[in-house]
Write a protein that binds this ligand. Structure first.
Ligand SMILES: Nc1ncnc2c1ncn2[C@@H]1O[C@H](COP(=O)(O)OP(=O)(O)OP(=O)(O)O)[C@@H](O)[C@H]1O
Length: 259
């Protein structure tokens, strides 16, 4: 059943890797909804299941039990080809490594999901997305002629161009310096505010999480807390609480990044 206003949801999502002595419960009955037009950050200590949650929610990995839906579509009911088509048409991806095709121009990279689907870009929408990410003067450039920040802007535009139901970002600013990272995060936030896009992002960085409307925290494969209207300081305090404030934890690395 479709709940109005929910772009994607998991119900009792469990993911177990391996078996016997080497078994790892990466996700333990996680139920979460991502509201339409909302920017959510997923946080938690290394190994807590953030990427697994994102990959299962995006149909890149399959649950051991429980369910995932995008809009009204239950992913578990789809065959491989239908799942591939759903990912192509309804989900946008932004990865830490920009994943652009080096032989294509910026414009060709941006429109690649549409090209693969045999669709023409809607001119007005394409212009809007391109101008929002500030790439209008760079469309003929190939990735090697662009800075890391500009390449990630191409990846953001590529994720938005097909008007997906949801955009997933896996550490989208992990390879960028703080200025380029802030620009990319600003564009993601603009896509939520101005275009009504739904965005879900995995991050370790409380500053990045501060751009989101909501932060959810995972620990040992379980959802343990969430925060609305996060600020970097409040996020950092919560991270430190979950990590016990140990100086060896990623949370403390994060504190040094914000100070
Ligand atoms: N393909 C796999 N096979 C076996 N175990 C896996 C696999 N993928 C992930 N895991 C395990 O599942 C758990 C959750 O991993 P996951 O990558 O989702 O964590 P994460 O929170 O994204 O970590 P990080 O912040 O370090 O990227 C970890 O214990 C990890 O070792």
């Amino acid at each position: 059943m479709h709940t109005p206003g929910i772009a994607a949801a998991t119900a009792d999502l469990t993911k177990v890797y391996g078996r016997g002595d080497t078994q790892v419960v990466a996700l333990d009955r996680v139920s979460i909804g991502f509201r339409e037009g909302e920017f959510t950050a997923i946080m938690g200590p290394s190994g807590c299941g953030k990427s697994t949650l994102m990959h299962c929610a995006a149909g890149l990995d399959s649950p051991s039990s429980g369910s995932v839906r995008i809009g009204t579509t239950e992913l578990g009911t789809l065959g491989d080809r239908q799942l591939t088509r759903l990912r192509r048409d309804r989900i946008g991806f932004i990865f830490q490594a920009f994943n652009l095709l080096p032989t294509l121009t910026a414009l060709e990279n941006i429109t690649l999901p549409l090209t693969l689907a045999g669709r023409r870009p809607e001119r007005q929408w394409l212009d809007r997305v391109v101008s929002m990410v500030g790439l209008a003067q760079r469309l003929d450039h190939r990735p090697a002629q662009l800075s890391g920040g500009q390449q990630q802007r191409v990846a953001v535009a590529r994720a938005l161009v097909s008007r997906p139901a949801i955009v997933f970002g896996d550490e989208p600013t992990g390879n960028l310096d703080s200025r380029a990272g802030a620009e990319v995060l600003g564009f993601l936030r603009d896509s939520v505010r101005e275009l009504g896009q739904t965005v879900v992002m995995v991050t370790h960085d409380p500053v990045a999480a501060g751009y989101a409307d909501r932060v959810v925290f995972l620990s040992d494969g379980r959802l343990v807390d969430e925060m609305a209207h996060p600020t970097p300081d409040r996020v950092l305090d919560l991270m430190l609480r979950f990590s016990g404030g140990s100086p060896q934890t990623p949370a403390c690395d994060a504190r040094s990044r914000t100070s």
